[in-house]
Design a protein around this ligand. Structure first.
Ligand SMILES: *[C@@H]1O[C@H](CO)[C@@H](O)[C@H](O)[C@H]1NC(C)=O
Ligand SMILES: *[C@@H]1O[C@H](CO)[C@@H](O)[C@H](O)[C@H]1NC(C)=O
Ligand SMILES: *[C@@H]1O[C@H](CO)[C@@H](O)[C@H](O)[C@H]1NC(C)=O
Ligand SMILES: *[C@@H]1O[C@H](CO)[C@@H](O)[C@H](O)[C@H]1NC(C)=O
Ligand SMILES: *[C@@H]1O[C@H](CO)[C@@H](O)[C@H](O)[C@H]1NC(C)=O
Ligand SMILES: [Ca+2]
Ligand SMILES: [Ca+2]
Length: 573
């Protein structure tokens, strides 16, 4: 199931990777990818007042060097047909049907995507005639391109698809010589996701470990604090940290916690440039997630401002400011598409050893995939309350085996995804900024027509569907609330609490401050909170925890200023 979300999102990323799911129809992610590419090419051609060929060559030249050969190969394969269609004035809808990336499966409606005008076709018949005429016009031009080809079959693109599939397959750090589950490499589930390892050859050195000799000579726990105080002979760890109740933070979550963000600069004809793709390889290696700028594990500064902007605030940053001994002790155990059932596998990638490591504050934050991908009218494929109970208890039982004593687990309720449609519905999606025609409502309809929506229940123009989805989400939230009450004292190594999901509270507060809800929502997928939202939610979540469960984050360390003076940035990230 996790693959459904990935395939959709990567489709939007112009790189269709994962095998089409059994659910996708009418061309699925190939149709979405084609539509986005053609819309971009046509708008860029108009916006820059240049030829289609110039636009295509320009787009290939923008891509990182690793992808340029693929782009050129793809152009050789279907460039001639594409150019012919676009020059003849076919819109993305007609073009992608003519190239048969989009089609209409038996018994399915015809899907319509991005067009330069708001309403174009009077009937399916009229549309079919246009498609047929367009297809006839390229009959001699298909060359190596055969109708019905998948994007990932195209020479050049195939290699990229294979690379991406391999890249997102592992949910543990790929570069980890000492196998302690921490890394010195940033991407590939490395230091962007969990505190940077300070020695990748010594497996007893990693963020969160309790120093055995007070870090006399080596900084075993990677917090930058080590050495002996000359006049007393005591170690700095003993003097500044040992009594400060240090702890780390981890989040068990989905794409919201991993902080999924597709740069709008990649899709918007008025913004796209070579600069937008500067770090595209690393962004893909991070599964298009930005854990280093996220609500729970944000840290450091924004290194890729060409692809994301906004403030950084996080539970980790605040926990570190509260006690500088906690430096680098964070883990982002979140993945796109994650839901309560799959979390029982993902949680096993958490690195924590009872008796050996410091306590951990764990957020269990699955905001909605348990109700997404389901059919609200039948509730098929939605997690049932009984399953939610079972899945969550399994995860908690696992945590009872791995968390050090004095840890804390906070279950967050599901969000109410109706805020998405309410805030985004009539707004224009970045893939049609120049034309101004393709609204989020149409975008949601299009994904649902292809049956590739990451959340058909909430990303839906049918209000009843959205309400029914929320109804189930509330039932699952009630399960979590009950678990936190019923099993509060069941686990000797952690206390267990529940909080409502902070995202809806954040939007309400933002609006009360005079803001608009859409300002907190991701523009490309229309489904996640954006950088501003992630930071704003961090403050709300922190305050909620401080108000309701004040022991969670531990005391303020009175030695913070001294640590700052002695150890500076403590090794950074
Ligand atoms: C677009 O370019 C053509 C040819 O270079 C030129 O004649 C035309 O005036 C340009 N149109 C606009 C709107 O700049
Ligand atoms: C502590 O002692 C060592 C060796 O005697 C010396 O090199 C170092 O500068 C001293 N550090 C401080 C902070 O006094
Ligand atoms: C954790 O606490 C329990 C109960 O106080 C104790 O029995 C157990 O030995 C502790 N575990 C570790 C690893 O310290
Ligand atoms: C909206 O969805 C509900 C529930 O599936 C369905 O009964 C109703 O016909 C739909 N309304 C429209 C306008 O499609
Ligand atoms: C959860 O479901 C599994 C298999 O479906 C079952 O074996 C197990 O007993 C259930 N656990 C609980 C706590 O209900
Ligand atoms: Ca190590
Ligand atoms: Ca240390």
């Amino acid at each position: 199931m996790a693959y459904i979300l990935r395939s959709t999102l990567l489709a939007l990323c112009l790189l269709v990777t994962v095998p089409a799911t059994h659910q996708a129809v009418n061309g699925g992610s190939d149709c979405a990818t084609c539509s986005v590419i053609v819309a971009l090419v046509e708008q860029l051609t108009e916006f820059k007042n240049q030829t289609v060929i110039d636009t295509l060559e320009q787009l290939c030249s923008y891509l990182p060097v690793q992808f340029k050969p693929a782009c050129d190969a793809a152009l050789q394969t279907f460039g001639p047909a594409l150019i012919q269609l676009i020059v003849a004035g076919a819109d993305p809808d007609v073009t992608c049907h003519a190239l048969r990336f989009c089609y209409t499966d038996p018994g399915q409606p015809t899907c319509h995507s991005i067009t330069p005008m708001t309403s174009v076709y009077q009937s399916d018949q009229e549309f079919e005639v246009k498609v047929q005429t367009a297809r006839n016009s390229i009959s001699g031009l298909t060359g190596r391109f055969t109708l019905g080809m998948k994007f990932c079959d195209i020479p050049g693109i195939k290699e990229i698809c294979d690379w991406i599939k391999k890249t997102i397959a592992s949910q543990e750090p790929a570069v980890d010589l000492d196998n302690d589950r921490f890394s010195t490499y940033q991407a590939l589930r490395g230091a962007a996701w969990r505190g940077k390892d300070c020695s990748d050859v010594i497996s007893d050195m990693y963020p969160g470990v309790i120093p055995t000799d007070g870090d006399k000579t080596l900084d075993s726990n990677c917090n930058g604090i080590f050495g002996v105080i000359n006049n007393t002979g005591r170690t700095y760890e003993d003097e500044l940290c040992a009594n400060s109740q240090p702890r780390g933070v981890a989040v068990l979550g989905d794409s919201v916690s991993a902080h999924f963000h597709l740069p709008p600069q990649w899709f918007d004809a008025t913004q796209i440039s070579e600069k937008s793709f500067l770090h595209a390889v690393e962004i893909l290696e991070n599964e298009i997630d930005w854990p280093m700028m996220s609500t729970c594990t944000g840290h450091g500064s924004n290194l890729w401002p060409e692809a994301i902007t906004g403030p950084i605030d996080s539970i980790y940053n605040r926990l570190r400011d509260r006690n500088r001994c906690n430096h680098r002790d964070f883990q982002n155990i979140a993945a796109n598409g994650e839901r309560s059932s799959s979390m029982n596998d993902l949680v096993k990638t958490l690195a924590r050893k009872p008796g050996k490591d410091r306590p951990l504050v764990v957020f269990y934050a699955l905001v909605g995939n348990d109700v997404c991908n389901g059919h609200p009218d039948t509730f098929d494929h939605m997690t049932t309350p009984a399953e939610m109970f079972n899945n969550t208890m399994q995860t908690l039982d696992y945590l009872s085996k791995v968390l050090p004593n004095n840890s804390h687990v906070i279950l967050l309720g599901l969000a109410d995804g109706r805020v998405l449609y309410d805030n985004m519905g009539p707004r224009v999606h970045p893939v049609s900024t120049y034309w101004g025609t393709f609204t989020y409502a149409k975008f949601y309809d299009f994904l649902n027509c292809l049956q590739i929506s990451p959340c058909m229940g909430w990303m839906n123009t049918n209000r009843t569907m959205r309400d029914l989805t929320t109804q189930r989400a509330e039932q699952l939230t009630a399960v979590l609330r009950n678990i936190a009450t019923t099993y509060k004292t069941r686990y000797p190594n952690f206390d267990l609490n529940f909080l409502d999901n902070p995202i809806n509270e954040a939007i309400t507060k933002w609006e009360a401050m005079g803001g608009a809800g859409w300002e907190l929502i991701e523009p490309v997928d229309g489904f996640h909170d954006n950088q501003l939202g992630q930071a704003f939610v961090a403050g709300i979540l922190w305050d909620d925890v401080m108000n309701k469960f004040p022991d969670t984050f531990g005391p303020v360390n009175p030695n913070n200023d001294l640590i700052d003076r002695l150890f500076g940035d403590q090794g950074g990230y």
